[in-house]
Design a binder for this molecule. Sequence first.
Ligand SMILES: Nc1ncnc2c1ncn2[C@@H]1O[C@H](COP(=O)(O)OP(=O)(O)O)[C@@H](O)[C@H]1O
Ligand SMILES: [Mg+2]
Length: 257
Amino acid sequence: MKHHVISFANQKGGVGKTTTCINLAGALSHKGKSVLLVDMDYQSNLTLGVGVDPEVIEKGMGEVLLFRDTSFRDIILKSSIPDADIAPGTMSLSKVDINIASRRDRHRILHDKLIEVKDKYDYVFIDCPPAFNLLTINALSASDGVLIPVQCYPYSLSGLNTLLEIIEDIRYAYNFDLEIAGIIPTSYDTNTKLSSEVVDELYRRYGGKVYDTVIKKSVKVAEAPVHRKPIVDYAPWHPVAKAYMELADEFLKREGE
Ligand SMILES: Nc1ncnc2c1ncn2[C@@H]1O[C@H](COP(=O)(O)OP(=O)(O)O)[C@@H](O)[C@H]1O
Ligand SMILES: [Mg+2]
């Protein structure tokens, strides 16, 4: 495998970071791969999406980042995905930025703490918040790959060059191992020409970095919060579930497996 720790990043909110993270992990589980899911967003959609209620958790990623004596082993829980564990997000993540700002190791707290657990899993997926803050910097400093979901809507490409520039900056400042693992087109709308124009433009600009598998827009995906598990488990017959299985195949191929 080329990348072991992979961040799902895009400073825009609502572009499919969390959805792609859950469903790719779910599809990979069907292919015998184990994944540690790390929720870095205080909104905790990843945590909820794999069946864990952040309200009833005492310690989560916030505590791992805030307290020197809290480790991943203290917080990891089983998720609703058979071969995936979750390092849950909680509200305390919203306090991390301000509290670690003056620490000298502020950009690599996650990197350092992940060392003791990451080798237990085939992949570690880190779901980033929709912002360029210390949480995202920690995620990217701990990763060797970044997957960037992009919605196939007009204007989705604005900001993408800035994201790639920031990834490059982090690469030079903190983490020379960091690579773009891929750009994944999501929420493709077959009813309008605009989606295909966005995908064409993505291929034109970023070529081979863009996944061939495109995830279509579907209400079945939006239903996920009710089910609290990946679509490949609650509606395996649905075309979008099949698309996520294809995404997992392409992911494994790109990762050299
Ligand atoms: N392929 C899709 N079709 C329809 N809705 C989608 C699709 N992918 C994501 N969504 C919905 O879009 C919203 C934002 O997705 P999410 O993964 O939470 O974005 P982010 O993590 O980037 O903020 C969610 O309500 C989700 O259910
Ligand atoms: Mg999210």
